[in-house]
Design a protein around this ligand. Structure first.
Ligand SMILES: CC(C)(COP(=O)(O)OP(=O)(O)OC[C@H]1O[C@@H](n2cnc3c(N)ncnc32)[C@H](O)[C@@H]1OP(=O)(O)O)[C@@H](O)C(=O)NCCC(=O)NCCS
Length: 176
């Protein structure tokens, strides 16, 4: 994965009905560590890395790069939405395309926040890189993620086996 490339960054605050999307700040560091060290969050992502390793490597201001959004609810970070470029993807259909990823704290799952935040991030993407499709890779066993992908307008390109599990590659066509 690499950065999206030449896009205006950071964006202004993006407000949805219930959430704010913004660039990461130093005050988000603890939640980033929580997200990356959580076994529950990483159930379908190959398991978490050791917490002490994550803490050691996490910069003072985490994940500050184009396409990396902190999702905030009532002033506190609840998740991350990430748009990057799939430069090294295993499947030719995805190589070089923008790629959507998302991680939310388990205590906020099931309230539609991920769908609301991802839709807003994709809206931002359509504005800065119009005419570009977006891909998404998720384990097909990750039911919540599969449902979210469908809600966001991704449809199946193919399934493939990698990282010890069946993976689903979806594509969202360019907005018209
Ligand atoms: C994948 C993940 C983001 C999904 O989160 P989520 O909270 O289940 O996703 P959504 O925002 O779509 O919300 C789901 C449910 O909230 C419900 N909901 C409750 N209140 C709602 C509201 N006010 N508005 C909309 N939906 C609402 C919906 O009915 C929806 O359920 P459904 O899909 O059965 O219809 C989350 O499980 C996660 O962070 N997992 C770990 C990381 C991961 O696996 N990422 C994938 C790799 S890319």
């Amino acid at each position: 994965m690499s950065d999206l490339g030449q896009v205006p960054w950071p964006p202004g605050l993006i407000r949805t009905e219930r959430l704010v999307l913004r660039e990461p700040e130093a005050r988000d560091r603890t939640t980033f560590i929580e997200l990356l060290a959580s076994p529950e969050v990483h159930t379908y992502l190959g398991g978490p890395r050791p917490r002490d390793e994550i803490e050691r490597e996490m910069p003072e201001v985490p994940e500050r790069r184009p396409g990396s959004f902190v999702v905030e609810l009532d002033g506190a970070m609840i998740g991350q939405v990430l748009l990057r470029r799939a430069t090294g993807h295993r499947r030719p259909a995805a190589v070089g395309k923008a790629d959507l990823g998302y991680l939310f704290l388990p205590e906020v799952w099931g309230r539609g926040y991920a769908a609301e935040a991802c839709a807003a991030a994709l809206g931002w993407f359509d504005g800065v890189l119009p005419g570009e499709p977006v891909v998404l890779t998720t384990q097909s066993a990750n039911v919540g993620s599969m449902r979210l992908a469908a809600k966001l307008g991704f449809t199946e390109v193919e399934r493939f086996h990698a990282w010890g599990a069946e993976q689903w590659l979806g594509l969202r066509p360019p907005a018209t």
